[in-house]
Design a protein around this ligand. Structure first.
Ligand code: PMP
Length: 320
């Protein structure tokens, strides 16, 4: 049988368990627990090209969430929070990226077979690669068409909803494939009781009668770091921001609906199940929050919240 082709090269080097290894050597044994049972936790972090050099957005919060997710999964981290944080910076530096996406993964490796992870070592991986707009560059301006997924998010108590667990994303994959098959850019999950939860990899906000509303963490949503940042920016501008359960049809009542996430940044939704949201174009609140967010992440305004970690000594090519 032919050996599977390696994935296309996206970076020079990946950090695995304390060593930087070349792309082609970043392999995992087929008996790793994670391959069979999805036992990993991970993060998605963005690094932006700013006038000060590459700058990582809210790095500490992402590493803290990684450690939280590992704790929930009873994975003992073999490295300290500070070591992982510093290594994330080093991965960007060594690969010479100006802007990239950083993917830390903590997983259970090869040990005994079976669900109970006996003698399965914990591996820690930090990879990075350049990644453009997740939902397409035009989505950030034009907005996207979404559908309500036929799949629902499990309720809290059926799985850990606040941790970013690899296995949990099989559901996101199903929902995303369903959306793609039907011609939608993204799927929105309801929670088990039918309240609006979130996208497959994004939190959701609705704007109605001047208020900015997002589902609370108890409604099966991830505590998004972009979500938290947008809430700060909205409140700074004097907007009323509330966390409140949303009925499905509230998405048809709202004047604006948008998604937030590390990958999707701030993406307007222009229709839900074929019904235009408001005028069907990006609304004024979304536009304002998106441009404030972009100004901060791209270093066009002072980093007044201390959200950016500049990658010191990053290699710039001659002439840049
Ligand atoms: N919800 C889910 C399910 C996600 O995977 C993500 C991406 N991490 C988000 C929300 C957004 O979180 P963040 O803003 O921290 O990227």
């Amino acid at each position: 049988m032919p050996r599977p082709l390696p994935p296309p090269k996206r970076a020079e080097t990946i950090w695995i368990d304390g060593d930087f290894v070349p792309w082609d050597d970043a392999n995992l044994h087929i008996f790793a627990h994670v391959i069979h049972y999805g036992s990993s936790v991970f993060e998605g972090i963005r690094c932006y090209d700013t006038p000060e050099g590459p700058a990582i957005f809210r790095l500490q919060e992402h590493i803290d969430r990684l450690f939280y997710s590992a704790r929930v999964m009873r994975m003992e981290m073999p490295y300290s929070n500070q070591e992982v944080t510093e290594t994330a910076i080093e991965v960007v530096r060594r690969n010479g990226f100006d802007a990239c996406y950083i993917r830390p993964v903590v997983l259970r490796g090869a040990g005994s077979m079976g669900v109970l992870p006996r003698d399965c070592p914990i591996h820690v991986i930090l990879a990075a690669w350049p990644w453009g707009a997740y939902l397409g560059a035009e989505a950030l301006e034009q907005g996207i068409d979404v559908m309500i997924s036929t799949w629902r998010k499990p309720s809290p108590g059926t799985y850990p909803t606040l941790a970013k667990i690899g296995g949990a994303y099989s559901l996101a994959t199903l929902a995303k494939m369903e959306a793609a098959r039907l011609g939608f850019a993204e799927a929105i999950f309801l929670d088990a009781e039918g309240r609006v939860a979130e996208g497959t990899g994004e939190n959701l906000f609705a704007v109605h009668e001047g208020r900015v509303i997002t589902p609370p963490l108890s409604n099966s949503v991830l505590g998004g770091i972009t979500r938290k940042s947008i809430m700060v920016l909205a409140r700074e501008r004097g907007m009323e921001v509330i966390e409140q359960p949303l009925a499905r049809d509230f998405l048809h009542m709202a004047e604006e609906v948008f998604l937030t996430g590390t990958a999707a940044e701030v993406t307007p939704i222009r229709s839900v199940d074929g019904i235009p949201v408001g005028s069907g174009r990006m609304g004024p609140v979304t536009r304002r929050l998106q441009s404030e967010f972009f100004d901060i992440i791209h270093g066009r305004v002072p980093d007044r919240h201390g959200w950016l970690t500049v990658v010191a000594g990053a290699a710039r090519l001659p002439g840049e």
